[in-house]
Design a binder for this molecule. Structure first.
Ligand SMILES: [Ca+2]
Length: 262
C-alpha cells in the first residue's frame, strides 16, 4: 500500500516538474520573443551639413574613429586600390573594411566598396583640398571614386560591417566636395543600412538644394540609432561627373560623447 502510494506521489512529482519545466520554457520563449520585438527600432536620420571645413581636429569630430583613402599621396594617382595609402583609425566596432576586388573571391560578397563599378582610390591631386585629420596629420586629401554612380544611384559604399560594442547611437560623417569640383555627388548622398538582414532606408536625407558644392570640403552627418553587431552601413552616391562621384573620408562620433575617466 505504502509502496503504491509512493509510486503515485513520485508520478505526481514528476508531472509537476515536467509542467514546471514547460512553464519555464514557455516563459523563456515569451521573454525571447519580447526581446526581439523590444529591440529598439533602428533608424538613420540626416542631421545636417557643415560647409567648407578641412581641419577635422579643429572641428573636434572623428573622436570615435575615422578612415581616409589615398591620403597625402606624393604623386597624382588614380584608379588605385581602395585600401591603398589609407589612414585607418576606425573604431573597434566598425570594420575592418574589406577591399576584395575579384568576383571569385568569397570575400567579394561582403566587400566594402562597389568594386564592380569599379570603385577605386584617387589622390595626390594638386588642386584638391589639404585636410588635417583628427590626430593632427596634415596632407593632401584623396577620394574613393565610383564610376558606377555616374548619373546612377549606386551603393558606392556597399558594407561597413558593425561589430561587438556598436554604441546605441552614433554619428557617421561623410566628407565630400574636396576634389576641385571633379567628383561631387550632385544628385544623391544617402546613408543607408542593413539591420537584421533587412535594408533600412533613412528617415531623412540631404535634400537636393543641400547638394551644392564649391570645391572646399563639406561634412554630411547622419545619426544611426539602434544598430547592433551584425548590422552594417551603406552609402549611396549619384553624381554628374563622368568619372563618378566620390567621398573623401568618413568619421565616427558617439552620442552622447563618452566622458573620460577621472
Ligand atoms: Ca563646400
Amino acid at each position: 500500500m505504502n509502496y503504491a502510494r509512493s509510486k503515485v506521489r513520485l508520478a505526481n512529482l514528476m508531472l509537476m516538474i515536467t509542467q514546471r519545466q514547460s512553464t519555464q520554457l514557455a516563459v523563456f520563449a515569451i521573454v525571447a520573443l519580447l526581446a526581439c520585438h523590444v529591440r529598439a527600432e533602428a533608424t538613420i536620420t540626416y542631421v545636417g551639413v557643415t560647409r567648407d571645413q578641412t581641419d577635422f581636429r579643429k572641428m573636434g569630430i572623428g573622436k570615435a574613429g575615422y578612415w581616409f583613402p589615398q591620403f597625402a599621396a606624393e604623386q597624382p594617382v588614380a584608379l588605385r586600390p581602395t585600401g591603398e595609402n589609407v589612414r585607418d583609425a576606425l573604431p573597434t566596432w566598425a570594420g575592418p573594411l574589406n577591399h576584395a576586388t575579384k568576383i571569385w573571391d568569397p570575400a567579394f560578397w561582403t566587400r566594402t566598396f562597389s568594386q564592380d563599378g569599379p570603385g577605386r582610390s584617387k589622390g595626390g591631386q594638386p588642386e584638391w583640398n589639404d585636410f588635417v585629420l583628427p590626430d593632427g596629420e596634415r596632407g593632401r586629401s584623396g577620394a574613393i571614386v565610383d564610376p558606377h554612380a555616374y548619373k546612377n544611384t549606386n551603393n558606392s559604399v556597399n558594407r561597413i560591417q558593425l561589430g561587438e560594442g556598436t554604441p546605441p547611437v552614433f554619428l557617421l560623417h561623410v566628407v565630400t566636395d574636396n576634389t576641385n569640383m571633379e567628383h561631387n555627388p550632385t544628385n544623391r548622398l544617402r546613408a543607408r543600412g542593413k539591420v537584421n538582414g533587412i535594408d533600412l532606408e533613412p528617415v531623412s536625407e540631404p535634400p537636393a538644394e543641400e547638394l551644392v558644392f564649391n570645391g572646399t570640403a563639406d561634412i554630411y552627418t547622419f545619426r544611426y540609432e539602434g544598430f547592433q553587431s551584425g548590422d552594417f552601413i551603406k552609402i549611396q552616391l549619384n553624381g554628374d561627373s563622368k568619372q563618378g562621384p566620390s567621398i573623401g573620408g568618413i568619421l565616427f562620433d558617439i552620442e552622447p560623447e563618452p566622458q573620460l575617466g577621472p
